[in-house]
Design a binder for this molecule. Structure first.
Ligand code: SAM
Length: 289
């Protein structure tokens, strides 16, 4: 640990933020690389005469901040960490950085399976960092889950995140195209969840460079109309879900109605488009018959 005066630290912090970037990204850098949490920062502000302990020196932290600003590389990839719900997750450029709006998927599940002692079997297709599945496996210790991804490198990150977050073994990981690694679970699922790649091709080309240049294309692009993967997932879901089993899909801001129609066409009922905190119809849910 390095000790520097609060005064020096605050002058340095002000200088870094004056170069640009978001306060939240800077807080992540300080927390993950500098070892200064949000509560440490509050203490600093009421102890202007004191010293502060840093895990890395200011020059090192500044070089990461400069990289973030100059190359538009997400701070989460530079630090190798992101926070999502109450999880601290490892991330590399092989996985999508789990988004705050996706956190609501877990609350949707909490609404369906209300008791944490419930025993159900869930699958998450396209798990990426493992965020959703790990949150569910932790919240429902008597339930079991399977999480898949087409990318073995992504799965390895998810597995590490699970091992770091849980002492249990109620979540298993499989590599492959959507449902294909889950053949042996046909007709056994109470719940299927996916936040699949759903960005239409034209929109993908125009994504901000911090997304397009750094996050995996395989995690974002959903074909010409964005619905390629959602279609495939919904069409095969009836083979894997139990009668009355649930499906929860995240979709692009304007896809809710189309996803609803796809669900109706494939014999789903109780369909609902659930809004995110910005009022966008971000999730479409339904039950198989
Ligand atoms: C939008 S990301 C979601 C990641 C994570 N579930 C989350 O919410 O942060 C989509 C994920 O689907 C995976 N994926 C893409 N195509 C796939 C396919 N054909 N089969 C299985 N997984 C796929 C990607 O590798 C990526 O991890």
């Amino acid at each position: 640990m390095l000790s520097i005066s609060v005064e020096e630290f605050l002058i340095w912090k002000k200088k870094q933020l004056s170069k640009g970037g978001e306060q939240q990204a800077f807080a992540l850098l300080l927390d993950c690389m500098g070892g200064i949490s949000a509560s440490d920062l509050n203490l600093v502000n009421i102890n202007l005469e004191g010293n502060i302990q840093l895990k890395k020196n200011l020059a090192f932290l500044e070089s990461i901040w400069n990289d973030h600003l100059l190359k538009s590389c997400p701070i989460q990839y530079l630090c190798g960490i992101t926070f999502w719900r109450d999880l601290k997750l490892k991330v590399t450029n092989k996985v999508l950085i789990p988004r705050p709006e996706t956190e609501l998927i877990v609350d949707i599940v909490f609404n369906i399976f209300r008791k944490k002692s419930e025993k159900f079997f869930f699958a998450e297709l396209g798990t990426g960092s493992g965020a959703i599945s790990i949150a569910l496996a932790l919240a429902y210790p008597f339930s079991d889950g399977v999480a898949t991804d087409i990318d073995q490198d992504a799965l390895e990150i998810a597995i590490k995140n699970y091992i770091n977050s849980s002492k249990k073994s109620n979540l298993k990981f499989y590599c492959g195209n959507w449902w294909s690694p889950l053949e042996s679970f046909k007709g056994k699922l109470d719940l299927a969840i996916a936040n699949p790649p759903y960005i239409p091709k034209d929109t993908y080309e125009k994504l901000p460079k911090e997304v397009k240049n750094f996050e995996p294309k395989v995690a974002l692009l959903g074909g010409e109309d964005g619905l390629r993967h959602i279609r495939e997932i919904i069409q095969k879901a009836p083979l894997f879900l139990k009668e009355k089993g649930w499906i929860i899909l995240e979709n692009h801001f304007d896809q809710g109605e189309k996803v609803k129609q796809l669900l109706i066409k494939n014999k789903f009922t109780s369909i609902e488009i659930v809004k995110d905190l910005s009022g966008i119809g971000r999730f479409t849910i339904g039950r198989y018959k």
